[in-house]
Ligand binder design. Structure first.
Ligand SMILES: Cc1cc2nc3c(=O)[nH]c(=O)nc-3n(C[C@H](O)[C@H](O)[C@H](O)COP(=O)(O)OP(=O)(O)OC[C@H]3O[C@@H](n4cnc5c(N)ncnc54)[C@H](O)[C@@H]3O)c2cc1C
Length: 515
């Protein structure tokens, strides 16, 4: 087996991973990036982006950001992580500017910085390649080597079907969140290639996981899953129900109406649908005439599919309403607190193992800015590690004969959709339904999976994550953040202030207070 020696092994060449490689070089250490795809167009930024969120404009203070994410996260946020990340975003943006990212230096939303971002991912890939000669693309990280702390990463070369061991003083998980646990009835909003591998690697290595019950369910344009925040909040286009009522203003004023936390903006249309007041629409007819061209540009920078969708359906935004429906649930620390537990250094509870971006839990609405910042923080801290690493990699026996992965994945999705608060049940679950889902997922986990290696690994990762998530969902015996976490057996909205923490994907054993 080939062994590559380095200081920092970075799993995932996405937003956080590319800047981690930059910072590693700056700190004078070597790094290796391992990515299952081509880093020019992988992960969340593959389609582009129109703003870097979590950016402090002139006059903004770190505490303002903390208060903002606390409001958006309905109180569930770690202050230490929010304050440490927001201080690094300005530095991260400067690096991108030096590499040619066109920045408009205008505010978008409360903490957004407008950019022309269709090329942000190729730019990040250039930054990564300038920072390390070792970018292992089409390599799937299948397992961590652990012995008194993490010692390296087993990566499966998807083209040659061989294992490489990247031996490192520190490992950074920057694999994004988990898409594809639940079925998508259209194109998924969260990238399907982010299959929860980082969570799965961490869970199997015994790292603590936090808040996996708080899933992310974004309100989206129906049938194309495109974001609506810029239009609804930015351009003040109201959501209306089939009776023409502006229900956000009318029924959710106490949460801030149209600018309510994102969970409430997903819950409100869900409730309208359940009460029979569907279809739900985004009403763009009142948007000022000169804003439409700008709106299309914003979508072309971030979600070009939207443009094709409105053209193919012949939708004139000045006249026709856009139908809205929340999407299937995802697990991602970009928008909620679900993820791997980290300390301020972004080190997990396993020594020398770090996590950043959508993989690291604790701050909702971290977005691009947060992922860039956490990549930097983790690399800076990893550079301080002095240790000898005598780990002897084992010969992994990987087999791809067995129960076809697709059948296992379809069964998992069916079970989660119907018993663990998927879209067909409009996100509601209870003790009995989630316990049944858990027993079915446990059965699937016992199977030896077969088929194409990439898909076998992804399915196994999703199953590992699903099991951990279900333990969390069962343990939170309340409704804390509908529809992200919403139970029919405990329907009252609670405002408790604890986070659940688990290990090895087993029953949740302890809680921590938010501070
Ligand atoms: C559609 C969409 C629109 C968004 N819009 C905005 C916006 O307008 N503004 C904003 O600030 N934020 C936005 N966000 C959020 C933001 O893009 C993310 O929070 C951030 O990019 C996440 O960075 P990351 O490094 O954690 O993950 P990613 O950038 O997704 O990188 C993960 C990487 O890990 C790799 N990987 C995964 N599994 C493995 C494995 N097993 N082995 C090897 N490699 C692996 C993937 O291929 C990928 O390259 C958006 C997100 C999405 C999905």
């Amino acid at each position: 087996m080939e062994v590559i020696n380095t200081d920092l092994a970075i799993v995932g060449g996405g937003t956080a991973g590319c800047l981690a490689a930059y910072q590693a070089k700056k700190e004078g250490i070597e790094s290796v990036i391992i990515d299952k795809a081509n880093i020019r167009r992988s992960g969340c930024l593959a389609p582009g982006v129109n703003a870097i969120y979590s950016y402090l404009h002139e006059g903004d203070k770190p505490e303002d950001y903390y208060e903002f994410v606390k409001f958006q996260g309905m109180g569930l946020v770690r202050r230490d992580l929010a304050l440490t990340l927001i201080k690094e975003v300005g530095y991260a943006v400067k690096i991108l500017e030096e590499y040619g990212l066109p920045i408009l230096w205008e505010r978008q939303g409360r903490f957004g910085l407008r950019i022309y971002g269709e090329h942000i991912k190729p730019i990040l890939a250039d930054i990564a390649r300038d920072s390390t000669e070792n970018v292992l693309e089409y390599h799937y990280s299948v397992k961590l080597g652990v012995e008194d702390g993490v010692c390296g990463v087993y990566a499966f070369d998807l083209k040659n079907e061989e294992i490489v061991f990247v031996k490192a003083k520190a490992v950074l998980i920057a694999t994004g969140g988990a898409s594809g646990l639940y079925s998508s009835y259209t194109v998924p909003w969260y990238p399907p290639g982010n299959a929860g591998s980082g969570f799965s690697l961490a869970i199997r290595a015994g790292a603590e996981m936090t808040s996996l019950e708080i899933r992310f369910i974004p309100p989206r344009i129906k049938d194309v899953n495109s974001p609506i925040g810029v239009t609804a909040v930015g351009l003040k286009a109201p959501l209306i129900n089939s009776k023409g009522e502006e229900f956000m203003k009318k029924k959710y004023a106490e949460f801030g109406g149209e600018t309510a936390p994102i969970a409430i903006r997903a819950y409100a249309p869900t409730k309208e649908i359940l009460e029979g007041n569907f279809p739900i629409y985004l009403d763009t007819r009142g948007v000022e005439e000169d804003k439409f061209e700008e709106l299309i540009k914003l979508y072309l920078n971030a979600w070009p599919l939207f443009y094709l969708f409105v053209k193919a359906r012949g939708i004139d935004l000045k006249e026709k309403l856009l139908e809205v429906q929340p999407s299937e649930p995802y697990l991602t620390a970009s928008h909620t607190i679900a993820g791997i537990w980290v300390d301020e250094r972004r080190m997990t509870s396993v020594k020398y193992l770090f996590a950043a971006g959508d993989a690291a839990g604790g701050v909702p609405l971290k977005h691009v800015g947060g992922a860039l910042a956490e990549g930097i923080i983790a690399a800076r801290e990893a550079a301080k590690i002095k240790r000898t690493n005598d780990y002897k990699p084992e010969e992994l026996k990987l087999e791809f004969e067995g129960y076809y992965w697709k059948n296992a994945e379809e069964r998992m999705k069916f079970v989660l959709d119907h018993y663990a608060g998927g879209l067909p049940r409009f996100y509601i679950y209870n003790e009995a339904s989630a316990s049944y889902a858990l027993s079915e997922v446990e059965k699937l986990l016992k199977l030896k999976l077969g088929g194409e290696p990439l898909r076998v690994f992804e399915t196994r990762d999703r199953l590992v994550v699903a099991k951990a998530m279900l333990h969390h969902m069962i343990e939170r015996r309340e409704t804390r953040m509908p529809p992200f976490q919403m139970r029919s057996d405990y329907p009252e909205l609670s405002n408790s202030n604890y986070m659940l923490v688990s290990k090895f994907g087993e029953k949740v054993t302890f809680r921590r207070e938010y501070v």
